[in-house]
Design a protein around this ligand. Structure first.
Ligand SMILES: NC(=O)c1ccc[n+]([C@@H]2O[C@H](COP(=O)([O-])OP(=O)(O)OC[C@H]3O[C@@H](n4cnc5c(N)ncnc54)[C@H](O)[C@@H]3O)[C@@H](O)[C@H]2O)c1
Length: 254
């Protein structure tokens, strides 16, 4: 039987970039997937349904920084799938961010990065957790970044937001552990995602130095993240919570 058969999942930022790979992988493992994104996920949902069967995917437009939209998303997912077993907090401002010196970050940009990258996962957890608590089970996977451990020049806003996610995971695991809900962080290293390849600021700046910093000296691809994602989403990790798994070829040791 597929490892996630009978489970339902929300993947925020699941329509594009690495999130689209997470959406496909969760469905391939047997889960029904709600693709939640500011980008349109209908084509991806149709692709997944063609590959995995009718009813395996749906999409909703949702800005995770907006509580009313998050509440609508969660209610709609529960109505459609009957519950939520897995939440992947993947949406973030990342590929679209140009490098900017720390002395020149506009306050409005700083606040927007925090709103999407930190408030977003909080709002999702706030509104999904009651459904998991009711069932005494659940998996929350928060996507951070190896940059939280080693920094990245000219991305102070982004790196700070991802550092917050590591602490958010640890704190939330303590709040929800009594309800049998696991909360973990997946921290990718630099990944050659399709959105990253469209906007090469991150690649140009770090690709060669990142590879040099790794124990396994090669580029990272979305496919490299999927084993850890499915592990954290499945019952194989039922006694693992509050942890960070870095998937980066051994660049940082968490
Ligand atoms: N690509 C990398 O090298 C890398 C490395 C480490 C961590 N990460 C993390 O992995 C995740 C995905 O990265 P990516 O490379 O696919 O980035 P990306 O910027 O291409 O994708 C982010 C996704 O989130 C969506 N999104 C943006 N704002 C949103 C909002 N307000 N509400 C809902 N959805 C929103 C986007 O439409 C997109 O689908 C991010 O959390 C990123 O920080 C990426």
């Amino acid at each position: 039987m597929a490892r996630l058969a009978g489970r339902s999942a929300i993947v925020t930022g699941g329509a594009r970039g690495i999130g689209a790979h997470y959406s496909r992988a969760l469905a391939a493992a047997g889960a029904r997937v709600m693709i939640a994104d500011i980008a349109d996920g209908t084509a991806l949902a149709a692709q997944i349904e063609a590959a995995c069967g009718a009813g395996t995917a749906a999409s909703a437009v949702c800005d995770v920084s907006d509580e009313a939209q998050v509440m609508r998303l969660v209610a709609g997912t529960v109505e459609r799938f009957g519950g939520i077993d897995i939440l992947v907090n993947n949406a973030a401002l990342y590929a679209s961010l140009p490098p900017v010196k720390c002395t020149e970050i506009d306050v409005a940009l700083w606040d927007r990065v925090m709103a999407v990258n930190v408030r977003g996962p909080f709002l999702m957890a706030k509104h999904v957790a009651p459904h998991m608590i009711a069932r005494k089970a659940g998996k929350i996977v928060n996507i951070a970044s190896g940059t939280a451990y080693k920094g990245l020049p000219d991305f102070l806003h982004y790196v700070t937001s991802k550092g917050a996610i590591v602490s958010f995971t640890r704190a939330l695991s303590r709040d929800l552990g009594g309800h049998n809900i696991c909360v973990n962080t997946l921290a990718p290293g630099l990944i050659l995602s399709d959105t990253g390849l469209e906007n090469t600021a991150h690649l140009d700046q770090s690709r060669s130095s990142v590879i040099a910093s790794r124990a396994i000296k090669r580029d990272g691809y979305p496919a490299d993240l999927l084993g850890a994602l499915i592990f954290l989403a499945s019952s194989d990790s039922d006694f693992v919570t509050g942890q960070t798994i870095a998937v980066d070829g051994g660049s940082v040791n968490t």
